[in-house]
Design a protein around this ligand. Structure first.
Ligand code: NAI
Length: 272
């Protein structure tokens, strides 16, 4: 361990179970010396798995529905009380699409579900940042990271409305990054992660085949949740102080590869 987050206070959202990317981030942040509050939607905590993580990392849990400004205000207020000062890092690891859950194809999207998806998965970042800024809850040079996916730039038919929602999330990170950076030197980035076997990931139609496809394209293979957590830790640390308003690909080289020998070979075998 490098003590990269020694003395830092954080808020980590989205740890649902051991597969969650946020779960790994919490474990790594703890190893790197940070103290933090865990948060998730009250309904997501019914399984109680988050308690195991809280115990293992010596953290307290503050439930908050990320669509509720009231809940988020309480989250940032309580977190500062619990941790004894302003916050240094925040992980936004929240995503949900009812259209994906119900396997509704893109041209036929249900707009109520679409709006719910936007509210939960994109506006929640704006709300978090707006609340934090109003309360002046984040220290100068603090770092906020939100997780996203490359469907924001390129079309993946099965990702349906989440593609548009992730594009919005990345745009919010950029736009808010300007304002928060100027006023308080708070930095905001999105990490665009490989397909990862989590509850949110595997809920997507055809996820298994797509996971294998991405793995066959990326020269380093798919990045797993643990390495994503490592990357997030570097972004929370002081070693990346001048990085802000970026969408950073963490995908084993997938996004820069047109086609791989592996995929060419497999198609060739099928066609010959
Ligand atoms: P996950 O299912 O473990 O985490 C999603 C979290 O969002 C859950 O903890 C859930 O309780 C929380 N959530 C849903 N509605 C909420 C609400 N109203 N308020 C507060 N929290 C709420 O899955 P995963 O994969 O760890 O997802 C984390 C982030 O990573 C998401 O933004 C996802 O889109 C993103 N991501 C995931 C990829 C994957 O293949 N798994 C790839 C790229 C990005």
């Amino acid at each position: 361990m490098y003590n990269l987050l020694k003395g830092k206070r954080g808020i980590i959202s989205g740890a649902l179970d051991q597969n969650s990317i946020a779960w790994k981030v919490a474990e790594k942040a703890h190893e790197e010396g940070a103290v933090f509050v865990l948060t998730n939607a009250p309904i997501a905590m019914r399984m109680g798995e988050i308690n195991t993580l809280a115990e293992a990392t010596g953290s307290q849990i503050v439930p908050a529905d990320a669509t509720s400004v009231e809940d988020l205000t309480n989250l940032f207020t309580q977190s500062q009380e619990i941790l004894g000062g302003k916050i240094d890092f925040v992980l936004h690891s929240i995503g949900m699409s009812v259209n994906i859950r119900k396997k509704i194809p893109y041209p036929e999207l249900n707009y109520e579900y679409f709006q719910k998806g936007i509210d939960v998965s994109a506006l929640s970042l704006h709300k978090m940042l707006s609340v934090a800024k109003k309360l002046d809850a984040i220290n100068e040079w603090g770092s906020v990271v939100a997780l996203t996916y490359m469907a924001a730039q390129r079309t993946y038919p099965f990702y349906t409305d989440m593609a548009d929602i992730k594009a919005m999330l990345e745009s919010i990170a950029r736009s808010f990054g300007y304002h928060y950076g100027l006023d308080k030197k708070v930095r905001i980035n999105t990490v665009s992660q490989s397909p990862t076997k989590t509850t949110a990931g595997t809920g997507i139609k055809g996820f298994g085949s797509f996971y294998d496809y991405a793995d066959a394209i990326a020269p380093l293979g798919n990045a797993d949740a643990e390495s994503c957590a490592d990357y997030c830790i570097t972004l929370f640390s002081d070693l990346t102080r001048m990085v802000t308003m970026q969408n950073l690909f963490h995908d084993g080289g997938y996004s820069s590869t047109g086609v791989s020998d592996d995929v060419m070979y497999r198609l060739g075998v099928e066609n010959s």
